[in-house]
Design a protein around this ligand. Structure first.
Ligand code: SAH
Ligand code: F3S
Length: 466
């Protein structure tokens, strides 16, 4: 095992003058150009960051490859949100190390939230890792590859509130749906959450940059734009708020649909709701993380709303936008969660009837406020039981809601061939439900009306309506 003692921690671009702000370090010549494979874990924000990393690498003369066997650099873009996300990456690293031992010159890098979270501890767990880089340091990727090639391992872990990568052109896979990061970091400090510690303070990308990006995306053939941010609706650029951004993006010629994820309930302003209600391109679908249906638990989580306020927000949304589809995130077994607290979550989910939900057992994360000041006191078996109960509840609700669409007609954006049957297309409804139907003469990128004739818990099945 290689010994990697005290490593230098590089700042990202902040020491460079603005005029040199593109990517750090000169471009590479043909010999030192690398084939880089980026493997992405976790949320859409990471998918978007991987596209950014591909942009930075390509701009400096490297290339990304889609087959891992062709790679001489493998970068894992990681997640730290729950313990099992990190365990998965450690296992993957061990597997990659076998190849490194065989090939000798393979470079392995760990990027993203887990890199930022574990920092140099990661090198103790996986000493063969050559490069550890947090989400604000990607401008240094070319420099890091040079450093590693000359034998120096690289740690890039400075969080940088000024880093928004607004000048970097990400490289996206061709397709119909483009993910567009409009905001980085998070200022909310929910007590269970590692994100503010690994992604730093909240910062919004200027509105003008975003509308220019969207024009380019439309030219490249994208039809649906998904705006991304940790609390996407707290976006602000001077006096421009999130509602205004929605309108500005939707009005770019050629944009068929706009979605966003994930908003915070406390920032669900009238301006946002107005845009959802009145702007035809903004999809009638909202992922609105609830976390718990118990107000005391929400208080301990520092979510800044009560269960009652959340319930009222849902009422208001459904009043203004009756067809709206709602999904959510729930954590069970948070510190001090009693059976009664849990039953309140269960009941609120049963009352609201979300279209779908992401449900998790609480995972204690070192460095969070809960880790420092609350006790992770719900036994693992109890967390598992609670989780299974709400999963069963939600599966029934999702199945019922999908069943109720049978006989209706939905507008579906055609995304591509169905995985199971090349004679069929798959696409999403305005309300983000996966729909499968025979192709007929529709083309990928079209919006078609599909008459739904059957449904499963997760899919609608139908045919194009004449
Ligand atoms: N606002 C972010 C939230 C990111 S984390 C967003 O864009 O979605 C996604 C979800 O993971 C959270 O809403 C929460 O339900 C869950 N989560 C976060 N920290 C967790 C933890 N320590 N244990 C279990 N689940 C957690
Ligand atoms: Fe995490 Fe809460 Fe921000 S869940 S990402 S601290 S809104």
């Amino acid at each position: 095992m290689k010994d990697k003692p005290s490593l230098p921690i590089y700042n990202s671009h902040s020491s460079l003058p603005q005029s040199e702000m593109s990517v750090s370090s000169a471009s590479v010549n043909e010999q030192s150009a690398r084939n880089v494979y980026i493997e992405t874990y976790g949320c859409q924000m990471n998918v978007s960051d991987s596209e950014l990393m591909a942009g930075i690498l390509t701009q400096s003369g490297h290339q990304t490859v889609s087959n891992i066997d062709d790679a001489d650099v493998i970068l894992l873009n990681t997640c730290a949100i729950r313990e099992n996300a990190e365990t998965k990456v450690i296992n993957r690293l061990e597997h990659l190390n076998h190849r490194k031992r065989r090939e000798g010159n393979l470079i392995i890098g760990v990027c993203g939230c887990m890199a930022q979270h574990l920092r140099d501890k990661l090198l103790k767990a996986a000493p063969y890792v050559d490069l550890v880089m947090g989400p604000d340091a990607y401008r240094n990727l070319p420099m890091a590859l040079n450093a590693v090639a000359s034998g120096d391992p690289f740690l890039g872990l400075q969080l940088d509130k000024s880093e928004d990568y607004a000048d970097i052109a990400p490289i996206r896979k061709e397709g119909i749906r483009a993910w567009l990061t409009i905001q980085r970091g998070c200022d909310k400090m929910c007590t269970f959450c590692i994100v503010p510690f690994v992604r730093g303070r909240e910062r919004s990308i200027p509105l003008k940059n975003l509308t220019d990006d969207v024009k380019r995306l439309v030219d490249e053939g994208f039809k649906e734009i998904v705006l991304l941010g940790q609390t996407v609706n707290s976006y602000h650029d001077g006096s421009h708020d999130f509602g205004e951004l929605l309108w500005s993006i939707a009005e770019v010629e050629g944009v068929e649909r706009v979605r966003f994820t994930s908003p915070h309930p406390a920032d669900a302003t009238d301006s946002m709701i107005d845009a959802m209600e009145n702007c035809p391109q903004v999809c009638k679908q909202l992922h609105l993380p609830l976390q718990s249906g118990s107000t005391p638990v929400l208080e301990r989580m520092r979510r800044t709303y009560t269960a009652e306020e959340y319930r009222e927000l849902v009422l208001k949304l459904r009043e203004r936008i009756p067809q709206i589809a709602l999904s959510t995130d729930i954590i069970v077994g948070f510190c001090g969660e009693t059976e009664q607290d849990f039953m309140q979550t269960y009941q609120l989910m049963a009352d609201i009837r979300f279209d779908s939900a992401f449900m998790f057992k609480y995972s204690d994360r070192e460095g969070t406020l809960a880790n420092k000041s609350l006790e992770d006191d719900v036994p693992e078996t109890e967390k598992a039981r609670r989780l299974n109960e709400i999963i069963a509840l939600q599966e029934n609700i999702s199945a019922d809601i999908n069943q109720a669409t049978v006989g209706t007609t939905a507008s579906v954006l055609v995304e591509g061939d169905s995985r199971r049957d090349a004679e069929q297309y798959h696409g999403k409804t305005d309300t983000f439900k996966t729909t499968v139907f025979p192709k007929e003469d529709a083309q990928v990128g079209d919006i078609v009306n599909v008459k739904i004739h059957s449904a499963t818990t997760h899919t609608l099945i139908g045919e194009i309506a004449g």
